[in-house]
Ligand binder design. Sequence first.
Ligand SMILES: Nc1nc2c(ncn2[C@@H]2O[C@H](COP(=O)(O)OP(=O)(O)OP(=O)(O)O)[C@@H](O)[C@H]2O)c(=O)[nH]1
Ligand SMILES: [Zn+2]
Length: 307
Amino acid sequence: MEGLVMKSTGSWYLVRTNDGELYRCRLRGKIKLKDLKVSNPVAVGDVVAFELEEGGESTGAIYQITERENYIIRKSTHKTAHSHIIAANIDRALLVVTLVSPRTSFGFMDRFLVTAEAYDIPVTLLYNKSDLYDAETAEYQQQILNMYAQIGYPGIICSTVSGQGLPEIQEILANHKTLFSGHSGVGKSTLINRLAPGLELKTNEISDYSDKGKHTTTYAEMFELAPDTFIIDTPGIKELGLVDIPKEELSYFFPEMRERLNLCKYYNCLHINEPNCAVLQDLKVGKISLTRYESYRSIMDETDNRR
Ligand SMILES: Nc1nc2c(ncn2[C@@H]2O[C@H](COP(=O)(O)OP(=O)(O)OP(=O)(O)O)[C@@H](O)[C@H]2O)c(=O)[nH]1
Ligand SMILES: [Zn+2]
């Protein structure tokens, strides 16, 4: 049988077949050995083949994992420890941000976007809590939206209070697997509940399966909103671990720099102080955003320090 992994606790997996049946599966021993660098060989979003286990009701053993289109990992902070696959086969990430209460920093947004570029996952930015804006903030918001949209990250201004933007978000979700991410307090949970009012009930159904008392909050979970429409929630995962990008390659993960790389005089230009640098020239005339450039430099400095 084949199914989609909806939930992973590290010791067992909730697998959903095409006809909507749920099975609680374990891993066959052989798969466990396959990839020693990750702490979990199977993640939410994986498509797996499994066999029913004798004796048990709706329990199975996973014996094969379909090759992933993409996946995101979180690197362990311990040097020796393994990486953790947060989710696989993601069509799009929605990053929920807010200009007010709390204010999401550009640094956080840009780090997320660089990581998503590295994983090849398209991102739409959701600017939430628009009901709290005054006229000035609304105008500023629109400028930020335009800037990010221009470099390839479309945005939706929304509010769970006024309902602004929610139909557009529904449209993006339909027939896809979408990852929801964002800082604590931006309204992620409220938004998901507004988009899928029936979900709380389903969440409870699924948690009946979970081992009582076991702490599973750092694992992502996938929910079905509508036929073939899934969202991946990442409770407790504040940010994606920034992939280790050598500084010579970092500008490749900034789309507005990537498209100018051929115009720099030096093929190995780092866009710091080189002569005839197309990035610096366009920064000067405002064609490249200063905050984006600052994020670029700041990520580069961090990479330097880590080495
Ligand atoms: N004014 C306003 N408040 C909102 C909006 N959306 C959410 N909130 C409030 O913001 C607070 C945080 O919302 P949550 O949904 O818990 O935020 P979260 O991102 O899920 O936070 P974590 O669960 O900590 O990750 C709550 O008090 C919500 O009622 C909105 O559109 N407008
Ligand atoms: Zn340059």
